[in-house]
Write a protein that binds this ligand. Structure first.
Ligand code: AQP
Length: 339
């Protein structure tokens, strides 16, 4: 029996907005993930109906060893709990545990165009970096990401700036599907933070900090020790003129440090710049702010074991299926499959 479409797809002002976002288990979580996205996940959990997902199928877009993704999924979910997600407040689950993601992902490939997917800058970046094997899934995964979002009648998607283009694609395919097959999906909006939306690599400030790029000295991980953080920040690339000024084009390294400090302390990068006349004190303050940020997360992490995390993911998958199942049925009916 197919689920009836909702009477209206407009957001009802009397119910909290549905929030959905995901993160790949593709390596150690870094400061960019936290300041760009995860911090917002936690902030939204009290006022929204939040659904968060470890997108393990997306991690397979780049080659992985057997077992690597399973371990990574537990590790990332554990950190998500340690940063403050409360399973009583949010649905937290692994993407591959809810089969509707892969199923709707296929339908989304039928409404996303080759031209649209070709324009995705993440595909261009990651395929340029891949030396040997570029999987077809690296090209099509924005369609799966659209499915992830649309399966939950999502209103708001909290992400970093690098995901802006993919969320716009999800909106475009939702609108196209609705116009071809009738009102079926809620059209989502992204929520990108004012500060920390694009944290850059400390050694290569022209590139974003990234899990899958091998730049150990340029990447601050959430599990780094205070000593490692101090060392990485101290060695962060700046420039030769010694002037502390916020100007992303001409002073990318210094501006990145100011942005990080602003995001970590709820400040403003331009205003913070006026407080420093040398790089040394700025770097010392950045390191101190980051250590203060990660210490409580690392302390909470020690209280969580695999069994607890697994239980949270199992419960989350059950709750996620109860939302995703009817939406999948709605999409199948709309597109005209025999149900
Ligand atoms: N450098 C960044 N600054 C701000 N936000 C960032 N995000 C990622 N890097 C930065 C945000 O983190 C969330 C989860 O990212 P993801 O796991 O879906 O993968 P990604 O966007 O491709 O990020 P990574 O860390 O570079 O992972 P890999 O290398 O595996 O692809 C997203 O909301 C993202 O915007």
């Amino acid at each position: 029996m197919a689920a009836a479409p909702p009477s209206t797809l407009a957001t009802d002002p009397t119910t909290p907005p549905r929030v959905f976002s995901g993160i790949q288990p593709s390596g150690a979580l870094h400061l960019g993930n936290y300041l760009g996205a995860l911090r917002n996940w936690v902030a939204l959990q009290d006022d929204a109906d939040a659904v968060y997902c470890v997108v393990d199928l997306h991690a397979l877009t780049l080659p992985k060893e057997p077992g690597e993704v399973a371990r990574g999924t537990l590790d990332i979910a554990r950190i998500l709990l340690a940063i403050g997600l409360d399973p009583a407040n949010v649905i937290l689950f692994a993407q591959s545990h809810v089969h509707q993601h892969a199923e709707l992902g296929w339908l989304m490939q039928t409404v996303a165009s080759y031209g649209e997917l070709s324009r995705m800058t993440q595909f261009k970046d990651k395929s340029n970096r891949s030396q040997n094997f570029i999987s077809a899934s690296l090209f099509t995964y924005p369609a799966l990401q659209a499915a992830d979002i649309l399966l939950y009648d999502t209103d708001v998607v909290p992400v970093g700036d690098d995901q802006r283009q993919h969320i716009e694609l999800a909106r475009d395919v939702a609108l196209r599907f609705n116009s071809r097959y009738g009102e079926t999906f809620v059209v989502p909006e992204h929520r990108i933070p004012a500060a920390g939306a694009r944290v850059m690599d400390l050694q290569h400030p022209e590139n974003k900090m990234s899990k899958s790029v091998d730049s150990p000295q340029g990447t601050v991980n959430l599990l780094d020790t205070p000593k490692e953080i101090e060392k990485k920040v101290k060695r962060a690339v700046t420039d030769n003129d010694g002037e502390v000024r916020f100007d992303v084009d001409t002073k990318p390294g210094v501006s990145n440090l100011l942005s990080i400090l602003a995001a970590a302390t709820d400040g403003d990068p331009e205003q913070l710049a006026t407080q420093y006349s040398q790089y040394g004190p700025l770097k010392a303050d950045v390191a101190a702010a980051l250590i203060a940020l990660v210490e409580p997360i690392q302390a909470r992490l020690t209280e969580l074991d695999d069994a607890t995390v697994r239980q949270v993911l199992d419960d989350g998958a059950e709750r996620a299926r109860s939302i995703a199942g009817p939406v999948m049925e709605r999409a199948k009916v709309a597109i005209g499959l025999l149900v």
